[in-house]
Design a protein around this ligand. Structure first.
Ligand code: OFO
Length: 172
């Protein structure tokens, strides 16, 4: 059984994951408006992945006999200064999420809830990957240029991101 404290924190994280999905969907709208179909596709896949992150936590709370509570999702930004600025905002957001997951894992350890800590380790690894992927995009934009041909080439590359596969309690 989950402690009330941990259940509340997990419910907050479910909300954060849904917010992440909402934020990336807002970036899809922004990038579509600029006709950057590949960048928009990448963000759309990211939004889907965040939705799956929320569902994985949702299922876990239920499996542990807890009660999921859904909160209002904050309104995300609508505009960014440039496509690069949107990816920078994505990286900043992921850094905040990494911090949140670390705090959650700390709480699970304090509460001596090893199962929850185990689940959260999956999210810890996922955060490493998410930060690295966006950082890679930004570095490539630095190399190729974040306007004109460089952006055009990046847009073409990001079109290839595959649809995320559903994740189960055991992992990816
Ligand atoms: Fe759920 O990993 Fe990003 O926010």
């Amino acid at each position: 059984m989950l402690s009330n404290k941990l259940q509340d924190a997990l419910n907050q994280q479910i909300n954060d994951e849904y917010y992440s999905s909402y934020l990336y969907q807002a970036m899809v709208a922004y990038l579509e408006d600029l006709n950057l179909d590949g960048c928009a596709h990448w963000m759309k896949m990211q939004a889907e992945e965040e939705h799956l992150h929320a569902l994985k936590l949702f299922d876990y709370v239920v499996e542990r006999g807890g009660r999921v509570e859904l909160f209002a999702i904050a309104q995300p930004a609508k505009e960014w200064d440039s496509p690069r600025a949107a990816f920078e905002a994505a990286l900043d957001h992921e850094k905040v999420m990494t911090e949140n997951i670390s705090k959650l894992a700390d709480l699970a350890i304090t509460e001596r809830d090893h199962a929850t800590n185990n689940l959260l380790q999956w999210y810890v690894s996922e955060q490493v990957e998410e930060e690295a992927t966006v950082d890679d995009i930004l570095k490539k934009l630095d190399m190729m240029g974040d306007t004109g041909t460089g952006l055009f080439l990046m847009d073409r590359e990001l079109k290839n991101r595959p649809t995320p596969t559903p994740i189960d309690q055991a992992g990816a």
